[in-house]
Structure formats: C-alpha cells, structure tokens
Design a protein around this ligand. Sequence first.
Ligand code: MRU
Length: 354
Amino acid sequence: MNTTKTETLRWIGEVDGHLELIDQTLLPTEFTEIACKDVQTVWDAIKQLKVRGAPAIGIAAGYGMVVGLQTVSDSASKEEFFSRLKEVSDYLAGSRPTAVNLFWAIERIARTAESNRDKSIAELKSILLTDAIAIHDEDREMCHAIGRFGAELLKDGQGVLTHCNAGGLATAEYGTALSVFFTAQDVGKNLHIFVDETRPLLQGSRLTAWELQHRQIESTLICDNMAAQVMREGKVQAVVTGADRIARNGDSANKIGTYGVACLAKAHNIPFYIAAPTTTFDLTIESGDEIPIEERASEEITNGFNKQTAPDGVNVYNPAFDVTPAELIKAIITEKGIIQPVTVEEIQRVIGYV
Ligand code: MRU
C-alpha cells in the first residue's frame, strides 16, 4: 500500500483542473485516490463517505462548486452562470444533511460569486477557485491552532478516548481531535489513545487507528461497547471527539455513539471535550434539537462490509449522528480558543458571531 501521500483532498491543475481525494471507504487495506472531474462524482464521494468528516466535506463542496461551474462556457451569459451556480449549490447541499461545514462552504462560494457579479465568467471561475483553495488552506491553519489550544488540556501519561475519526483524513490536515493528540506528542507529552471502533462504518478502527499508527502514537482499539469498562478500570482520563454541527447553546452533533460516550464520561467523572473549528458552529439554531440527523441505509448495519449479520427483513434504525447536550461537554476547543463553560455567552465571547 502506498502511504506516502496522505493528503485527503488536492486540487490538480488550474481553473479547468479537478479535485482528487483519497477513497476513505477502502482504508486501511487499500490506498486509492479518485479523480472528481464532474460535480456528480463529488456528490457521490460525499454521499458514499469516500470523503467524510465535517471539515473535509466542506472543502470538497467548495471544490465541487468549481468543478460544477466548469460546464458553463466563458462566453455564456451571467444569467446562465448564476442559474448553474444555484443548481450546483442545491445539488451538493442534498448530499448529506448533518455536517454544517457543507452548507457553510457552499454559501461562502455563492456569496463570493455574488459579490463579484460584475466580473467576466472566466474571472469569476478563477475567483471561485481561489476561494475554494482558501477554504482548504484556512482549515489547515485552524486544525493546527485547535491542536495548540487542546494540547494544553492534556497531561503527559494520560489515557484519552476518542470516537469516530476527527483526524487528518476528516480535514485539510492534522484533524481536530487528533490534532490535539498530534500536537501533544510534538510537545513531548506521551498519551495513550483508546479508539472506539465506531459502528457501523468503523471510522475508528479503519481510519483513526491507521492515522495514529502512522504517527506512532500509542493506541488501543476497543469495540464501542467496551468504553464503560475501560473507564471503570481507570484507563481513561479524558475524552476528545470532533463535531459535525454545534448549536448556539453548545449542543454538539457528532458520530452516533458520541452522546453515549459523554454520558459514560460524566458517570466516571472524566472530562469530555469537543474539538472543532468555528466553521462547525451553526449560530442560526438555538439548540441541538434543531440539528438534522442523517439516517442511512439499513444495509450498513445488516450487511456491513458485504457480510450479512442479521436476518432478512429485520427492522433497522440507522441514525448516523447523535447530539451531546452542552451540559455534558467540559469545553469546546476551537481555533480561536477554549470555550469553557459551554454556554451561549462563552461561545459568543470566544468565537464572536460567525
Ligand atoms: O459520517 P462521518 O464519518 O462523516 O462522521 C464524521 C464525524 O462524526 C466526525 O467526528 C466529525 O465530522 C468531525 S471530523 C473533524
């Protein structure tokens, strides 16, 4: 397996170029990159979780807008350009509902286009590519800043549990929760990471365990239902996860199972932290009750990885995310600083109105 290239997403070429991304559904056994030369391929990559993790979905959507607008000729009318822009925006917005970074990136690109309406179509395309690249670059910076703030919260020798994958694969680089661990390692703190395998799609075992191995960070993989026992045995002193959407009051949606982990952390008096960039906050909603929770196909549970593990015709419920209430979150680590306590006022003080 070629593991020398671990950039989740890359733009290849100029304005008529394309997006390349790692197919995360094949990891850890196959390292394959997909060329996304049309917006349908970008949509499919997001929908099928070939690219996943809130920030990476946002970056892919930014580039997806650029790819989608390549079908408009430079000599077309402005009406044609903006009507296609609306079509591409709506299409990409329908790929996944929970991670707010997707909508944030689409809206940002659309706003950039709107504020450059007077430019030629060739100029507009180039401006939008520059903005998509900026979204990508800014995410890289935010991840490193999250790591610097978060590493302060952890002590040398601690055991830390994480759920799903909030690593380099889920972002431009370095990750959010994993950035905290990578940065702690960079400053000489040795941590031992307990990795929830994260049913049903195994982002923990397939992706997080893989990233931690590559970084040579000590880690132990556990099944999701082992977290309580590991905490009871005193092996874990902190929990750090990512998030897909954070409401005004700090309620945070993340991969299904996160809420349960937060309850367990509370029961064992272990601090539960969320690490997320400000692009993951949705200040238009008051609380987690308003976060749309994606429901995915039942086959992910009954026939995961092409192995039937349930009887034909069984009823299945497969929500892909859950919401951890703010009161269970000790702090939210952002690129602008640490939000603690997690309250409306403190969120606004640290991140301002984004
Ligand atoms: O369904 P996924 O794999 O896209 O879910 C990803 C998560 O829940 C991550 O924890 C979250 O997006 C944060 S990634 C920095």
